[in-house]
Ligand binder design. Structure first.
Ligand code: AMP
Ligand code: ZN
Length: 396
């Protein structure tokens, strides 16, 4: 592997190191690994070919562009902690991944694509049961949403501008006998798993794989008044976010499962319910013995949109993340979030309240694989050592 070191001008402020680092994956296809030094001065890249001057210049120019755009004029957001249960005693200090893989509890089909075995599946079901109980207390209406999402919907809610880097496109072969015959005869994968077909074989893109669950509800409510002026819904479904070289273990998947409780109505209705769901879950997490904290956060907007949007989200406390402790790496992982979108979807999708003004929306969302992974990181794989509530569920 070849290394390329770049000095960041100016140095990256500490609070942005993680955000910038995650974007380095998308700077150039030669990059296989990216690391920013603790002081924010040095960017160390592993690249897949020998570094010549031309390559250095190309990569350096793009990296400097990312750093400048994301950091110029930025200020450290004031992180507010709403719940702190980080000191809950946990028993395990090892990464559960190797043992899960070795026991066949996880099978990695490709980066970010995992099969879950019986133990992990039951753990996911345990968490899902907790979320179903939460939804029941809100009398939430159940929904099932498609995996595909039409491009024109995502365009309407500015998704292409905010998160272009993580999109996953769906396509099919063109309706052309010769193109289909040619594909059938010659399709094969190379040693990297890449299909050898040319882009001309594929039809234009009209759909993508869904990056979130609640969007489908807003699309179903679009361009009309909301009957009764309020609603609470719940749904679970697969979500897709392409995270390139950041795809690691169960922590960061391309294909994961999100469970959501969704609020639509007036501002106070949404905010009060978001808060009620947080309080309910605080109790549930305590029963499970999870070490975590809830704090203000922002979404991983792409480079050009990042500074303004992230600052706006933090300033108005639009997002709280539930960050579970990962003892083996002395860090935390977002397992869920409590979100308030103000009237963003109401305005863009023309969903109205009885007085004609746009609805406000919010959602409480949990990543099921991350819930299981955080729990196993804290308690290990031996059921006998798990908290009683979880043991009860497993009949132990
Ligand atoms: P968000 O809408 O970004 O707050 O996502 C809601 C939850 O989905 C997060 O708190 C995570 O638990 C989960 N999630 C988001 N992205 C991923 C990913 N790439 N892999 C696994 N889980 C994810
Ligand atoms: Zn949502």
């Amino acid at each position: 592997m070849n290394t390329l070191e770049i000095i960041s001008q100016p140095p990256i402020p500490e609070h942005l190191i993680g955000e910038v680092q995650s974007k380095l994956a998308y700077v150039d296809e030669v990059i296989c690994k990216a690391q920013i030094s603790k002081d924010g001065q040095k960017i160390i890249l592993e690249v897949n070919r020998p570094v010549d001057e031309l390559l250095r210049q190309r990569v350096e120019e793009k990296i400097q562009r990312v750093v400048t755009t994301m950091t110029q004029g930025s200020f450290r957001p004031k992180v507010q902690v709403l719940e702190d249960n980080m000191s809950a005693p946990t028993l395990n200090t090892n990464d559960p991944m190797p043992e899960l893989m070795q026991r066949g509890e996880l099978h990695c089909e490709a980066d970010g694509i995992f099969t879950l075995g019986p133990l992990v599946t039951r753990l996911v079901e345990f968490f899902e049961d907790n979320f179903i109980a939460l939804a029941a207390t809100f009398d939430a209406q159940p929904y099932r949403f498609p995996v595909l999402i039409p491009a024109r919907y995502l365009e309407r809610v500015n998704y292409f501008k905010a998160f272009p880097h993580s999109l996953t496109f769906a396509t099919h072969l063109r309706e052309d006998l010769d193109a289909i015959d040619h594909f059938a005869q010659s399709a094969c994968c190379d040693e990297h798993g890449d299909l050898n077909q040319l882009p001309e074989s594929f039809a234009k893109i009209q759909a993508l794989l869904s990056p979130a669950v609640c969007y489908h509800l807003y699309f179903a409510l679009a361009d009309k008044p909301l009957p009764g002026g309020k609603m609470i819904a719940t749904a679970v479904g697969p979500c897709f976010r392409y995270e390139s070289i950041n795809l690691t273990s169960l922590e960061r998947l391309w294909n994961f499962t999100m469970w959501e409780l969704i609020f639509v109505g007036e501002k106070d209705f949404v905010l009060e319910n978001r808060e009620a769901s947080r309080k309910y879950m605080a109790k549930a997490f305590e029963d499970i013995g999870l070490a975590y904290r809830v704090e203000t956060a922002n979404d991983p907007f792409f480079v050009g949109e990042f500074r303004k949007q992230a600052a706006f989200q933090s300033a108005f406390q639009l997002k709280y993340e539930i960050r579970a402790n990962l003892p083996f790496k002395n860090s935390t992982l977002a397992v869920g979030s409590y979100n308030y979108h103000q009237d963003f979807f109401g305005r863009h999708l023309n969903i109205t309240l009885p007085d004609g003004s746009p609805v406000h929306t919010g959602c409480t969302a949990f990543g099921l694989e991350r819930m299981a992974y955080a729990f196993l990181s804290q308690y290990g794989l031996d059921i006998q050592k798990w908290p009683q509530t979880v043991k009860d569920y497993f009949g132990e």
